[in-house]
Design a protein around this ligand. Structure first.
Ligand code: SF4
Length: 267
């Protein structure tokens, strides 16, 4: 991971800044308000056991079965695609969402896309694990309207075990972003028997309350991405995990909301 972030005035023309993406999805109703264009960047510093998009993890073009995954595009090419749907954004309150993979990893490219989107008055959301050195993270998120911020577990040891990295930087960055009044929504992928305990969910809500974060999303685990592991010749380690008990999760969310006052949406 590179740690020297270039400041905005040093950035090159958006036609000369390229990033590695693996998909652009138009007309999406997920990952931010209204109708959105989702840009999926390739490369992630985490390696979550449950990752539903394993083809997003490696920062390189690769094969998944017969398909080639990943291509380099310039920030201008991304913006040109996004601009086609301006009328939908304006009518629905939508915009673009940078997702991944991890948009903070390709911070120069993400920054260029976001700066141009903001110049055109397009709403921008970023989905992130928050795992990046502060200077690089802030380069990307300073102009971002909505930060969809994943916190997988509050337990340091389990975080390392489930994702391969420590949660310290992630939690520290969340606090700093909140102090700067960023619109932060904390999202938890709910994985049965790994991080779905009432204790972990309550600890996360308490962290949100103490840091001034007002909204959380619970995203129940699914196995929609499992077939991709076979096509990538990788092992999927969570075959034994059962579906989320949605009724219990909604019940837990209600109790946690009553105690900590954080608004919780269960998907
Ligand atoms: S942070 Fe997201 S993209 Fe990265 S490994 Fe975890 S689930 Fe996959």
């Amino acid at each position: 991971m590179r740690y020297n972030c270039k400041k905005s005035d040093e950035l090159k023309d958006i036609a000369s800044i390229a990033g590695l993406i693996y998909n652009i999805q138009r007309y999406s109703l997920h990952d931010g308000p209204g109708i959105r264009t989702l840009i999926f960047l390739k490369g992630c510093p985490l390696n979550c056991l449950w990752c539903a998009n394993p083809e997003s993890q490696r920062p390189a073009i690769e094969h998944m079965g017969n398909d080639v995954v990943g291509k380099y595009v310039t920030a201008k090419e991304v913006i040109d695609i996004a601009k086609r749907d301006m009328a939908f954004y304006n009518r629905s309150g939508g915009g673009i969402t940078l997702s991944g993979g991890e948009p903070l990893k390709q911070y120069e490219f993400s920054k260029a896309v976001i700066s141009e989107a903001k110049r055109l008055n397009i709403n921008v959301a970023v989905e992130t694990s928050g795992y990046q050195k502060w200077d690089c993270l802030w380069e990307v998120l300073e102009e971002t309207d909505i930060v969809l911020y994943d916190i997988k577990t509050m337990d340091a040891k389990q975080h390392m075990e489930f994702t391969g990295v420590s949660n310290k930087l992630i939690l520290d960055n969340a606090k700093r972003l909140s102090r700067l009044n960023k619109n932060l929504i904390v999202r938890i992928p709910i994985i049965p028997e790994l991080n779905d305990s009432f204790v972990n969910l309550s600890k996360t809500a308490r962290f949100c309350k103490e840091t001034g974060i007002k909204e959380m999303h619970f995203l129940p685990y699914h196995q929609l991405g499992v077939h991709k592991y076979q096509r990538l010749n990788r092992e999927y380690k969570l075959n034994h995990v059962k579906p989320v008990n949605k009724e219990k999760l909604i019940d837990d969310a209600g109790k946690i909301h009553d105690k900590y006052g954080v608004v919780i949406t269960v998907y």
